[in-house]
Ligand binder design. Structure first.
Ligand code: HEM
Length: 476
């Protein structure tokens, strides 16, 4: 007999599906108070274990990282062979290792990140100019629009040395629109993942819509990739080597069987970086602005810190970030309360594993509820309040070694874009605060600002945040 973790009794066939009523991360958290931090659920056919405390997460990432290193990918992502080319959804195999190494050398090596600082600055400059322009025309602006466009352009200039969208279009261009739709369908729980026998029926239409938008997105990316291949054949183009060049240049490491990445897989990898890196980054920035607008005291402290570090004559730069301790505390505190991926990305047990005295069978879906861990009163004092001060004079940070705060995950499958994301979020915020005095619209007060969450691919505000920017003295 297996010693399974505790969990609510389920119904025949459907298991615990009815225990999930509202938002999955909140439902899991509710069940934690009844069954403890390691929860067992049967979701249709799926054996599922949910990890919901810092201690259990530490056990997972320190002792069982390899045993739980496969991904549980949604069935709909089999469309267009996406999973076969993906890094984030790949099983823990040789192909994943190659992509991970390649991405780390581009995204996590300080030298590469530093050399791309100018690109990020230019994208933020452009955003600030557009906010100034729109602020002079309209009283209030919807922040998400500007942050989304800026984040897409930062990533596209880093990966493809080009902008992918602009502020002029009202609805966003074809790529953004298709991506919005794709992420919206990916954010819906799919019954097919729990009941494989319904695969042929695709009852919610998720696979059909996913395929439609994936085809559209991959077609757009393939044009960029094709153009680059032709430029390289003609030895045209500028001399900057970007992420796409790194993928095209790959010729194997002499150890394994993969000696070249196919063009189809390169398209998927480029697309995936947009999927993984844009909404997560822009939503984190929006949540931070919302928390600051609700907390005038924190806003003033941050403004004072930025002014102190930069003086009165220049725009804040990435090099200033190490000195902006309050800014880093504000970002950490926001990621604690509003982790962009509240359940990280689900993993799968590669083998039968003994975990904290329980038997976890091979194939079990392993979910880490970062949202619940970040709000656990055993780890955090007054866990529901926004208090950046808790990170001052503390060595706790989000980088994956302190399991009470893991917005980027931890271990082998942790986020490869963390360095870039933390720089983007910090610099964007610093520039927004330095360039403008922000207020809430007249009919909203800090007490009535709607902070409720909408779940989709990532956690975002259910009511889009609006702010009133008033230009400060020009520094930028
Ligand atoms: C604030 C922004 C971001 C947050 C909160 C975030 C969070 C995460 C999380 C929680 C995971 C799963 C970790 C795990 O399973 O343990 C992940 C994986 C990943 N992220 Fe991010 N991410 C962000 C930005 C980015 C950016 C900018 C990129 C790329 C440019 C990126 C690329 C990836 C990739 C490729 C994976 C899959 C890694 C793997 O499976 O080996 N992310 N991210």
């Amino acid at each position: 007999r297996l010693r399974l973790p505790p969990g609510p009794p389920g119904w025949p066939i459907i298991g615990n599906i009815f225990d999930l009523r509202t938002q999955t991360h909140r439902d899991f958290d509710r069940l934690k108070s009844m069954y403890g931090p390691v929860l067992w659920l049967k979701l249709g056919n799926l054996n599922t274990v949910v990890i919901q405390s810092a201690a259990a997460a530490a056990e997972l990432f320190k002792k069982h990282d390899v045993a739980f290193a496969d991904r549980k990918a949604p069935d709909s992502l089999n469309a267009c062979d996406y999973i076969k080319g993906s890094l984030a959804e790949a099983p823990y195999d040789e192909y994943w290792r190659i992509l991970r190494r390649l991405s780390l050398s581009e995204l996590m090596v300080q030298k590469r990140i530093k050399s791309s600082a100018q690109l990020r600055k230019e994208c933020i400059d452009k955003m600030i100019q557009w906010i100034k322009k729109d602020a002079s025309e309209f009283c209030e602006i919807q922040l998400e629009k500007y942050l989304t466009i800026m984040t897409y352009n930062q990533l596209s200039s880093f990966m493809l040395t080009r902008d992918i969208t602009d502020y002029k279009s009202e609805t966003g261009n074809e790529f953004l629109e298709a991506m919005r739709n794709f992420l919206c369908w990916q954010g819906k729980p799919d019954v097919v993942d729990a009941f494989e026998f319904l695969k042929w029926l695709d009852p919610q239409g998720i696979r059909r819509h996913t395929r439609m938008y994936l085809e559209q997105l991959l077609k757009i990316v393939s044009v960029f990739v094709q153009e680059r291949i032709q430029e390289r054949n003609l030895q045209k183009g500028n001399n900057t080597r970007d992420f796409l060049d790194a993928l095209l240049d790959y010729e194997g490491d002499g150890k394994g069987s993969v000696d070249k990445l196919s063009e189809k897989n390169i398209n998927i990898i480029i697309l995936e970086m947009f999927v993984a890196g844009t909404e997560t980054t822009s939503n984190t920035t929006v949540w931070t602005m919302a928390e600051l607008l609700r907390s005038p005291d924190s806003m003033s402290k941050l403004k004072a810190e930025i002014d102190r570090v930069t003086g009165s004559s220049r725009a804040v730069e990435e090099n200033d970030i190490p000195e902006l301790t309050y800014l880093r505390a504000v970002v950490d505190e926001t990621m604690r309360l509003h982790p962009a991926l509240p359940l990280l990305l689900p993993r799968k047990a590669r083998e039968d594993t003994e975990f904290m005295g329980y038997d976890i069978p091979k194939g079990t879906t392993v979910i880490v509820n970062a949202w619940a861990i970040h709000r656990d009163p055993d780890s955090w004092e007054d866990p529901l309040s926004f208090k950046p001060e808790r990170f001052l004079n503390s060595n706790i940070n989000h980088k994956g070694q302190h399991y009470e705060i893991i917005p980027f995950g931890s271990g082998r499958r942790s986020c490869v874009g963390m360095l870039m994301a933390e720089r983007t979020v910090s610099l964007t915020l610093a520039r927004l605060i330095q360039s403008f005095d922000w207020e809430l619209p007249a009919n909203i007060s800090p007490e009535t600002l709607d902070m409720s969450e909408a779940t989709g691919f990532s956690l975002r505000m259910s009511t889009p945040l609006k702010g009133v920017p008033r230009e400060r003295e020009a520094k930028c």
